[in-house]
Every structure is written in structure tokens, then in C-alpha cells.
Design a protein around this ligand. Sequence first.
Ligand SMILES: [Zn+2]
Length: 310
Amino acid sequence: MSLPAKTHCPYCAESATLLFSVSDINQNMSDEIFDYYQCHGCGLIFLDPIPENIHDYYGQAYSAYQTTGDIESNVTDYDLSKLKTVRDNIQGDKLLEIGPGNGTFAYLAKKEGYIVDTIEMDSKCSKFLAETIKVRNSINSSTIVETLKQIEERYDAIVMWHVLEHLESPWSVLSALPDMLAPNGVVIIAVPNPGSFQFKIFKKYWKHVDAPRHTMFLPANLLGQQLVQAGLQKVLVTTTDSVSSEFNSRGWWLHSLNNFFSKNPNRFLVWLLNRSTINFIVYSFVRIIERTDGSGNAYLAIFRKPGSNS
Ligand SMILES: [Zn+2]
């Protein structure tokens, strides 16, 4: 069967070519093959077609949806880094989190004294956010733009931690965010970095490809351009902050390596890379590269709405 090697970008309509075809390596929910294209105009990497039943690929075991156990003990250093990022950039106390999953960050933010509203597509998590975490408003919806239009509140911060890459039309959400901000309000967005060193090395075996749940990979300059066009001012775009650095661990490197060798078994290389000393030495070099801004697995973007007097 030959694959269509060309299509058009769903964002800018320029031509796009097939970058790779890949199965659901991370979770093995099916044997289907998913095609990812890269646009020649804007650089967007996108899944085409997006399965109509995309929600079925999240499954019962999807880690971000687990609501069992004590919330306090589910809080990680990653959540604490997110909280610090918000604290360092917010002026005010009203926070909207889009895609909170099981809500460990929302829980922390609420505990810190912020007024937290959430929009989540998973109904079980939405219920958990409303009844157990007790955020102010827990909205269960998968149509973010339509939901935002019905909210009258204006926020001091809107956060999306690794959510944008799951959407079918992230640019519609990005352009709807500025209207939802109070003056001096910020959007804080963390996403996988398609410009990363590991993506260059691993391509379709990169853990962050996560087909078909990750539908869109926005280069940092494209995301920034969209937010500036929507009227926001850049505060920061980086891969070296504490939130992004969580994704540069040896574990993420090993996971991508495992993805590669599960599909390309080479007994000698598998043996070699299973030697922890060799692995450690290799990853030590990778780590040096990943500390260069732009090369890490994920990036953080913070953009601010101008205040009334600026
Ligand atoms: Zn494009």
C-alpha cells in the first residue's frame, strides 16, 4: 500500500510532505499506522487524518487521568515547578487551567490561594476536580473555544501544561486566549519541542510523538507568532526552565531508545545500550546538548496581555 506523500497544512494551507508513519508505540492501543506531515510554509508537524474516535486512544491506564491515591502524595517536583512558574509571572489570583487531567497542579494552585477554574475533556477527572479538589468551576468539555466564549470571567493566568499537542486546532484556542485575560494577564504554555535534539535523533521513535494522542507539534516560533498576532507580548520562550527540564531526564532518553529498539531489534546494540555505564556516558553527552536553549525535549512559552496603561 502506498501512502499519500503530500497534503496541505491545516493551519496555513501550504503544501506538506509525509515526515513519518508510525504505530501507537507508547501504549499499543491498536496496530493502526498514523501519518505525520510537516508543512513547508509554517513548519507545523501534524497527524493526518486525526482518528474520529481519538478519545478512545487514551484508555483506562492513561497516566494523566489517574485519580486514585492521595492527592498530596501524587504531587511531583514537576507540579512544584509549574507552581513556581505561575507565582513568578502572575499579577492577581484568578487562574484558568485548560486540560488539568487528574488535577495535581490545580490542587496545588488552589492550596497556594489562587482561585482556580478548569476545562477538562475527561468526565471522570472533571468530577474529581469538582468534588474532591473543589476548584471553583470544573467544566467538562472537549470544545475549548466554544466553552471559552461562554465564560465571563477574565483571568490573571491561563495555563496549559502539555495540552496543546493533543488538540485538533490549537491555533483556534491560541487566538481565543487573549480575550480571556485580564490586563497584564499571562498565558503559560508548555509543549513538546519539535526542534529538540532527541526528535532529530529519534524521529518517529521519540517518546513525545505519542501517536495518535499527540496530533500537532508547533515549532516555538510558530506558537509565538500566533500569540503576538493575537495581541500578546512575549515574556519568555525557553527549553531550559525547570518545567521544560523535567522532560530532559535520562528516563525520557531511555524510553525513546526502547521505542527504537522494540521496532528495530539489533541484538548487539540492545546489549550495548543495556550496559548502564555505556548508557550513562552517552546520556552525559546528550545532557550537555539539551542544556543549550532550543535543544530540550519541551519548551515553555509565556506571553502577557498589555496593561491598560501600556
Ligand atoms: Zn503550515
